[in-house]
Design a protein around this ligand. Sequence first.
Ligand SMILES: [Zn+2]
Length: 159
Amino acid sequence: MKTTKEDCKFMGEAIRLANESVRHGGGPFGAVIVKDGKIIAGSSNSVTIDNDPTAHAEVNAIREACRKLGTFDLTGCRIYTSCEPCPMCLGAIYWSHIERIYYGNTRKDARDIDFADDFIYEELDKSLDERTVPIIPMMRDEALETFRLWREKTDKIEY
Ligand SMILES: [Zn+2]
């Protein structure tokens, strides 16, 4: 898919936020979310600043965009991120219904400066019993009761 001059402007802003983050003690990542040709949210990685391992640039930008728009649904939005999203951020992007992702650095570039993005992608390809972090099924019947309640709830907000 071709990128435009406008795309370069938005990615330039994501990279600018990433550079600024490095200078101010955050991780080397930035992201902006765009709707109707306008930046509605721009953020950088604040894991070490906020003591929050989920505070990646993309997640921070999604939270900001949703807060500003007053919705959990970012249909019609695009994200420009200075690095290919990690599996957590990719999941958050899918959950938010963002429609297109542009990225700068690759996950291999991130691995080369000791970030785990690529390692976590490799974990996803393994079967559950081969993963580094043990993942153990239990009490499924009791847990399924919640899903039964959800299925039968008539006034739920689906997402
Ligand atoms: Zn991430």
